[in-house]
Design a protein around this ligand. Sequence first.
Ligand SMILES: [Zn+2]
Length: 308
Amino acid sequence: MLAAYITHADCARHEMGPQHPECPERLGAINDQLLVKGLLDYMLPYDAPLATEEQLGRAHSSLYVQELMAMAPTEGHVQVDPDTSMNPHTLKAALRAAGAAVQATDLVLAGEVPAAFCAVRPPGHHAERAAAMGFCFFNNVAVGIRHALDVHGLERVALIDFDVHHGNGSEDIFRGDSRVLMCSIYEKGLYPFNGENAVGPNMVNVGLPTRSGSDAFRDAVLTHWIPALDAFRPQLIYISAGFDAHREDDMGNLGLVEADYEWVTQQLLAVAKRHGQGRVISCLEGGYVLSPLGRSAAAHVKALIGAD
Ligand SMILES: [Zn+2]
């Protein structure tokens, strides 16, 4: 009944301009809802450490890591792609966000907590092995997964991605890595406009049409994810937890509600209990309208800590 809550004040210092949807207030909106719903009483708080270059290098090319570090400005903004820019605090925030996934891995595999929620930004699932894009710099969840595999010696890890956008970065990093099963559900026709063709046998991609709604989402989970997960028997499950498929979030149009996030998390926790000692690590990805973001994250965390 406990989970780690890993975040850091540095994660709120990265910002990409006054109108940008991936804004610092996202973390406050989540924290407020966890507090209001009494969920923080069941969580152990941790300050995210900075990821090291060695840890980043397990998911990214070292040249890319060094180039990004060299681009970090001391004032103003540096544009990395049309939607993504760095301010003087971005590099540290990105290192904390990836460091959170590493710390979560260490805590969960040491048996300190069965689950962890990393309330971090910048998000990570669009960041490829050698490219920042789509608000993402380092692929936080991928850095955590490679830490579990390469440092802790796990042999089978699952990555679940329910963000409304396809996790192209995670797919790029884990294509051909048979130690990782990636299962994703995303809305077809949205950024980054790929995912339709699975890049390998370790990828279970389900693209849903616009306005599919709760029933189609749950059906996809039960039909495509759960059998693949049970066959794979993951020792640890990571979640790229984006909440932008919520019907009040204008980034997408899948039409999910809070109850769907609670339900899918319960399904994944049940898989984790069958195969992986109940171990689940969740990292925040998208979710841009503050109220549904906070409520959805709270519903997700409620299930993560096993509360009724
Ligand atoms: Zn998204």
